[in-house]
Write a protein that binds this ligand. Sequence first.
Ligand code: 0A1
Ligand code: ZN
Length: 880
Amino acid sequence: MRTDTGQVFRLEDYRASDYRIPELEMTFRLTAEETRVTARLQVERRADATPQTPLLLDGDGLVLEALEIDGAPAAPDAYEATPDSLKITRPPQRERFTLTIVTRLAPADNKALMGLYLSNGVYCTQCEAEGFRRITYFLDRPDILSVYRVRIEARREEAPLLLSNGNPVESGDLGEGWHYAVWHDPFPKPSYLFALVAGDLSAVRDRFVTASGRTVALAIYVEHGKEERAAYAMDALKRAMRWDEERFGREYDLNVFNIVAVSDFNMGAMENKGLNIFNDKYVLADPDTATDTDFANIEAIIAHEYFHNWTGNRITCRDWFQLCLKEGLTVFRDHEFSADQRSRPVKRIAEVRTLRAHQFPEDQGPLAHPVRPRRYREINNFYTATVYEKGSEVVRMIRTVLGEDAFRAGMDLYFDRHDGQAVTIEDFLACFEEASGKDLAQFALWYHQAGTPHLAVSTRHDAESGEFVMDIEQSVPPTPSEARKRLMHIPLAFGLVGPDGRDMTYQSAEGAEVEDGVIHLRKRRHSVRFTGVRARPVVSLNRGFSAPVTLSVEQPRSDRLFLARHDSDLFSRWEALNTLFTEAAIEAAARIRGGKAAEFEADLLSMPAEIAADESLEAAYRALALTLPGESDVAREMGTNIDPDAIAAARDALRTAIGRQGQATFAEIHAALQQHGRFSPDAESAGRRALRNVLLDYLAAAGGPELAARQFQAADNMTERAAALAVLAHQFPESEQTRAALAAFEARYRDNPLVLDKWFTVQATVPGQGTVDRVRALMAHPAFSLTNPNRVRALIGAFASFNQTGFHRADGEGYRFVADTVLAVEAHNPQVAARLAVSFRAWRSLEPGRREEARKALAAIAGQKQLSRDLRDIVERTLA
Ligand code: 0A1
Ligand code: ZN
């Protein structure tokens, strides 16, 4: 474990290295307890560096066995080695020399899952961000690009399969049961993209012919017996490869593309050059074991990692402050891919829900940071929703500001100009400025300034003069270490909706640049004056979620109801209804806290049945429109003094009221949507299942558990089975039907850990006081393991992030339990522990009693003498 030294890394301290390592040859002799790594580095001193400059290589917990300089053993006074660094104190005076470094590793003991480790008997690596230094001493920074040649030796029986990056060049027998393979990757790459896999796995093979006619051999490696569950991932891969050619003109560049699924992985997946390594959760799927959401995630993540080949690998980051250069851009690309493969409006709504659920609380809490941070203590803690999701929104806004054609021209220029380089956000933006002739200086603040901007809007209409005025004021709230904010360039898409529900035209607009339905806000206040507007329009703002901002619009409730029925922009139509639901829940929560009963307006309660039956809308869209804002969405809108019990009671009351009001319609549609024939994971079929499942939730709230129990029994696919199980467990935790369904599910999937994760999660998210004990008991279940990140996230992570009434139990028991578990995980996997600790980030917005309990739990973690850099960084920033 890397303990914290308090060191802070700063963007302004970036310096190019005095040395380069253009080539690297590695030999791995693999055994679980003692793996020997020989690394031969071709080192080159930069022309402008002084010859005596020591060469300082990074390490992390390494054991140095031998060191040679230019083929001769290094003199003891020529270097200084510790587990965490290797300093060549007297480097040769030549411009070029070789270093041969031998290190010894114990993959079987590596439970941090960084560097070389074993997952279910398979050797695999994870090097981003700083895992390569756990394998050998190196200049482990993304601006050092090397050509790798990798030789792997292993016992054939243990590891018939030997993979690394690039193309295979040689393999053979070594006698005594050992064999070897050599891989060569012609594309210079940073060390974080290095990968090795060795083990006994099955291959699912296919081929892809690129636009220019080259054939690429594709393979997805999975555990024996799971081959069929990789078919969907393979299909998604081929679609992603074609799409990147068509939409971005990007072709694949090696002869092989390999994907390996492993069961122990800290994150979702990793884009190692030519050898993507995946959490098996994002590869394996079939109708019996995966939900529609699982299928969609697999499609998106397969595409994401593949797209990194150009945005990340061919063009990489100069330093880790630039992480969004590859991540924000690649998320934008995978979002566009999914939007093209599925329904664009539905995809957009889902993106915005994710952004609000994960990025908004980050931006509005103690862990807020700019999309491109200026400082960090532990880079692992910056793989955040801000870098990824907000980073993607910023790229989307560049496209909005430039228009489709100039955006594509800017991307082309970026690929042309920077191929093979490690670059910065400034380099990226310069390409768009040059391609469009537009100045993006103010726009660039989206990268540099943390916090979610807020827009306050009011409108006036004068029927006689036909003038419609929008007064808009922007503000950016202060965030940690950024008290004062500068004014931003916010592209605000809008529409003026006329009485007939159609968009109105206007003669002129002044007071801001208004172009193609977008107002470009650049000042604190704009008074935007439209002429030629005879009837009073209902204004629809931030259409398509053109900017990641919060909005308050002075608008009568009747206008929102009107937009919820008529807005031609489907995102904004959803948004109007979502806002109405949220407001209703907030009001009801206040009444419940005041000892009164919840009450709702009749016109809101009747809307869901109207929408459910509206066949002009696709089923997936109707499902989203009917999905109530979650308890944490309501809490976020309330802002302070949060009482999760009152919010949960209010939301339950709203669900029951809607369920009763719409019961007849819902029941009819639920029955009609029952699927006949073969399961298909396509978007349209998935949409019908989603709608059916939302309706089930309402019907159960109004009518009891029977229908859910029947759906659970009759289901022939995981989407309907898991949804029915969740309705039973969450609405009727004590019922006989729930007990029976949980037992049946467990018995059926006893041997399938990924599916049992769903069983853990559904129980961890049962609302109420009793769940802490239930989760504690489940930790003793034979399928649970504290060293497998998927298990930890499914049980403990789900409890801490998605169980508002359980985690926030008023007596603090939820907090104490999670804090204890964070420390238990910390002992072997600091990265996963730190992520779990993030669930405390909203503690200051709680009502005083809970706030104090949460603070005490955090302080108990912070009070530990020995903490990893990962966890210390999170708890100290959260408490600050
Ligand atoms: N670059 C990967 C995410 C990733 C980051 C760190 C990891 O280390 C444990 C693993 C994966 C992506 O964006 O998919
Ligand atoms: Zn990524």
